[in-house]
Design a protein around this ligand. Structure first.
Ligand SMILES: [Zn+2]
Length: 173
């Protein structure tokens, strides 16, 4: 059983590009392993989610860590909302370690995830109601398919949602 569980964990990281920008997205293997634990394989499994952390500069967005889910989240088969207090605590904790809050992640009970209208609205209201340094946040949706096809990532701002083109990269170790 432990062997099987390990086998399902990604051994790769993910690199992303936008069609109209030179900035690169990198999602660490650790981040992928964290979110993969919550993929909705079981027919009764609820959505899970949390926050994404890392570093950002003009050339590269690096997602190095994911947090959540938390006790007190709102979770159902087709909806997820983080407990605001738990999310805030996670953000402050990572901030002390020099990691920036970069956005949100949650799972979908579908192989190849697409964003629901609810997801777009939730991201826009998050951006409108938060005091962020940046005006865009990442939204990552984790589907059931393995490899990069099971992931979808957008950069969401108040004006637009741009999807990253993802590919898997073998991790060094
Ligand atoms: Zn969703």
């Amino acid at each position: 059983m432990i062997f099987l569980f390990k086998r399902l964990m990604p051994k790769y990281s993910v690199i992303g590009y936008l069609a109209d920008a030179s900035q690169v997205l990198s999602i660490s293997r650790e981040t992928l392993q964290h979110v993969s634990r919550y993929r909705q394989f079981a027919p009764w499994a609820s959505e899970a989610g949390g926050q994404l952390f890392g570093t950002i500069n003009a050339a590269k967005v690096c997602v190095t860590e994911a947090s959540g889910p938390y006790a007190g989240d709102e979770r159902s088969r087709h909806q997820y909302r983080s407990s605001p207090t738990a999310a805030q605590r996670a953000i402050e904790d990572r901030h002390k370690r020099g990691l920036l809050y970069l956005g949100e992640w949650h799972t979908h009970a579908e192989d190849y995830p697409s964003a629901s209208g609810f997801d777009d609205d939730a991201m826009r209201s998050l951006i409108a109601n938060s005091q962020l340094n940046s005006n865009a946040l990442l939204m990552m949706i984790v589907g059931r398919a393995r490899s990069a096809e099971g992931l979808a990532v957008w950069s969401v701002s108040s004006e637009s949602a741009r999807q990253w083109i993802l590919s898997a990269e073998l991790a060094e170790t």
